[in-house]
Design a protein around this ligand. Structure first.
Ligand SMILES: Nc1ncnc2c1ncn2[C@@H]1O[C@H](COP(=O)(O)OP(=O)(O)O)[C@@H](O)[C@H]1O
Ligand SMILES: CC(C)(COP(=O)(O)O)[C@@H](O)C(=O)NCCC(=O)O
Length: 330
């Protein structure tokens, strides 16, 4: 859904998502939101949730029950409506059309827990009675390779809009929305901290595509020639922004970095291997530097400003658990 500039201003949310008289959103506490689950069955086990969550993310079956089942039910109404609209249009046009995937965008800061949300949702949606084919793609595969970022002196801009091949991103989504078979999504490795050369995930006409990344709700500056340029979210049928107070995301980022020292960074192949052997204080200083000089700047300049574009905002509190939900009014 694309909003006009005045809508975005109207949609500007206070930091703590308080209820306001005039807002394009409905606001719910986690408890209120959980009631929308109705009779949606729990289709995940505690072990599966544990396997789906990222390092340092304590999401459990309680959180899935409280937040994700209602979200799954809401999304099923959106998917069903879009399928009905598709059938009606087919009759209206009296011609056969290829059905295209329902695309869900998931945005939010680095370290806010987007991947956990994306993986849990993908599993829940694929277990609907209709057994839809659900695929998940992350935008990090569309980052320029380190060789290009180094050449352009942009290694400390990783995650900023200019570090992504936005043309490739738009071509990918446009092919998906055109219903093309076997569309290739490039892959990224957090271990090598780089795009994996010649490694792709093939996306073959899923019913639902979840597209996750810090940049998915960003627009591009209008070119000087006045041409209208598409933006990634033009291809979305529904978008979610994962939100939390800055101080919390900061601590999640640093704590995750310190835990990665004990796990992934121990691997000599890891780009950050050198940080596994330095002192704890020195490693913490590195994590603080990466947070403040790159990820926090990016959050302020490019990620948080996109929050008012989301159809749904999940606001997490300490412990990563969702405390408030904002749902855009229709
Ligand atoms: N340096 C790293 N080494 C290994 N895994 C990492 C590293 N940095 C992030 N990850 C993992 O990559 C995934 C994506 O992280 P990130 O882009 O920060 O988004 P989010 O925390 O919102 O999912 C997470 O599962 C995280 O645990
Ligand atoms: C790869 C990322 C930009 C996240 O990208 P995303 O998957 O959201 O597109 C981020 O994990 C990152 O590497 N940030 C740069 C600074 C840092 O090393 O934390």
């Amino acid at each position: 859904m694309t909003l006009a500039a005045q809508d975005i201003e109207m949609a500007d949310l206070p930091d703590n998502l308080q209820k306001r008289d005039y807002s394009p959103y409905h606001f719910f506490s986690a408890e209120e939101w959980s009631r929308f689950r109705a009779d949606t069955p729990m289709t995940l086990t505690a072990d599966e949730v544990q396997r789906l969550r990222s390092l340092n993310d304590p999401v459990d079956l309680g959180e899935v029950r409280q937040i994700y089942l209602s979200l799954s039910r809401l999304l099923s109404t959106h998917v069903e409506s879009s399928q009905m609209l598709f059938e009606q249009r087919k009759r209206f046009l009296s011609m056969s059309e290829t059905k295209t995937p329902f695309v869900i965008g998931i945005a939010g800061s680095v370290a806010v827990g987007k991947s956990t949300t994306a993986r849990i949702l993908a599993q829940l949606l694929s277990r609907w009675p209709s057994s839809p084919k659900v695929d998940l793609v992350t935008t990090d595969g569309f980052l320029y390779p380190n060789a290009v970022l180094q050449r352009e002196n942009m290694m400390d801009r990783k995650g900023f809009p200019e570090s992504y091949d936005v043309g490739a991103l738009l071509r990918f989504l446009s092919a998906i929305k055109a219903g093309q078979p076997n569309v290739r999504a490039p892959s990224y490795s957090h271990m090598t901290y780089d795009v994996l050369p010649d490694q792709y995930t093939v996306i073959d006409r899923p019913d639902i595509l979840i597209f996750e990344g810090i940049n998915v709700l960003q627009s591009r500056n209008l070119p000087a020639d006045g041409k209208i340029v598409p933006m990634v979210s033009d291809f979305f049928d529904f978008s979610i922004y994962i939100d939390a107070e800055e101080s919390l995301i900061h601590s999640w980022y640093v704590n995750r970095f310190m835990r990665l020292r004990e796990t992934a960074f121990k691997n000599p192949e890891s780009y950050f291997h050198r940080y596994a052997t330095i002192s704890e204080d020195a490693a913490r200083a590195i994590a603080e530097g990466l947070w403040h000089n790159i990820n926090l700047k990016n959050l302020h300049q490019n990620i948080l400003p996109t929050r008012p574009r989301a159809d749904l905002i999940l606001q997490k509190g300490p412990n990563h658990l969702t405390e408030k939900v904002a749902l855009r009014k229709l």
